[in-house]
Write a protein that binds this ligand. Structure first.
Ligand code: PMP
Length: 357
């Protein structure tokens, strides 16, 4: 007789043991925190990136989009079959368009016509009605935010979600991104830094980490050129005129939004990262870490490196990897586009092989 052999079925290591989640909404958040190995080794500190590009809509803004829509549903301002209207550089719109499809709403987006073609196409593929409009400052009544608000006011059963000044945005990060980072870092974070558009991510995560660490985590703001926030923070609260511009998309600001207002007094400092440094970091992250990320993620990582050098050897600094490079590849990996911005020399010679368009 054959001896009885007990066969143990092993669960393959790649098989996730997480329970299924409900639809798009359930898949938002709980992103990995990536230790950037090569970079950390090079600089003698620990740099961690929150992999927000892994959200189901592809960016950090999925969390804000979901938080804002659920808040509007709870308050009763958004009713079944209603229309969500927003002014956005793209990623909030993409997040909103996904959530709207999943929850049965229509979606209307106003965005500056300076944004990448990839984002506009994606929004349209997700069923959103897109209005690209001239990029004019916030003070101008034709600014994309004011146009979104006016559209919602003129159409019944429509809600302007107001991502810049609606603090349901920062709250989504305070409730999810912040606690996730704290847990993933086992309560040991020396610094947190990221650039801001609405300020929701910086405010929500920064506030949570400040509270959880009893004030010991340093929270810093990183800025692209052409934004007024660095000078605002470092001058103790003066708002200067906007000068200059940046190739980064979705970040930089000309005013203190309600969301940013939630953290601004608790910031340890702020500094600007040049486009040259951000673009070089896009290529370094690809080459050394295998991560294909957009320019705001790269700016954040470059800023995290600078913050780690301020905080000292071995410090543990966390930042946000906002979205993938897929949304910008016709720009960031095109020689003619890089040349048009005077950035072709930003990329070190040994990494120029990645410029394939
Ligand atoms: N990176 C990208 C690519 C974005 O689209 C945005 C949002 N516009 C941000 C960063 C900044 O996020 P927040 O609005 O939370 O400040």
């Amino acid at each position: 007789m054959q001896p009885f052999v007990r066969r143990v079925r092993r669960v393959p290591r790649l098989f996730s043991t997480n329970a299924p989640v409900n639809g798009f909404n359930g898949a938002v958040g709980n992103t990995p925190l990536i230790f950037l190995e090569a970079l950390s080794k090079r600089i003698g500190a620990e740099i961690y990136g929150k992999a927000e590009f892994q959200n189901p809509g592809g960016s950090v803004k999925d969390r804000a989009a979901l938080g804002i829509i659920m808040d509007a549903e709870e308050k009763g301002s958004l009713k079944p079959g209603g229309t969500v209207v927003e002014g956005t550089a793209g990623n909030t719109g993409i997040g909103l368009a996904h959530v709207c499809r999943a929850r049965g709403y229509s979606c209307v987006i106003f965005m500056p016509d300076t944004q990448s073609e990839e984002k506009i196409q994606l929004l349209r593929m997700l069923g959103a009605e897109v209005h690209p409009v001239p990029a004019v400052p916030y003070e101008n009544p034709k600014n994309y935010n004011h146009l979104a608000r006016a559209y919602a006011e003129a159409h019944s059963n429509s809600v302007w979600t107001d991502q810049f000044d609606n603090t349901a945005n920062a709250l989504a990060h305070y409730r999810t991104t912040g606690p996730e980072i704290w847990k993933q870092m086992r309560g040991d974070v020396n610094g947190f830094i990221c650039a801001t558009g609405t300020g929701g991510t910086l405010a929500g995560v920064g506030k949570y980490l400040k509270e959880a660490s009893h004030g010991s985590t340093h929270v810093w703001l990183a800025d692209p050129p052409g934004s007024v926030l660095t000078s605002y923070v470092n001058s103790g609260g003066n708002l200067f005129e906007r000068t200059g511009s940046s190739i980064t998309e979705g970040i930089g600001q000309g005013r203190i939004t309600q969301n940013l207002g939630e953290i601004v007094k608790d910031l340890s400092g702020a500094f600007t990262v040049s486009d040259t440094k951000s673009v070089a970091m896009v290529y370094e992250l690809l080459h050394s870490e295998g991560l294909y990320l957009g320019a705001s993620s790269a700016l954040n990582v470059a800023a995290a490196v600078e913050l780690a050098s301020k905080l000292g050897k071995g410090s543990r600094v966390v930042t946000i990897l906002c979205d993938g490079a897929y949304r910008y590849q016709s720009r960031l990996f095109s020689l003619s586009w890089l040349k048009s911005k005077g950035l072709e020399h930003a990329i070190p010679e040994d990494l120029q092989k990645y410029i394939v368009l």
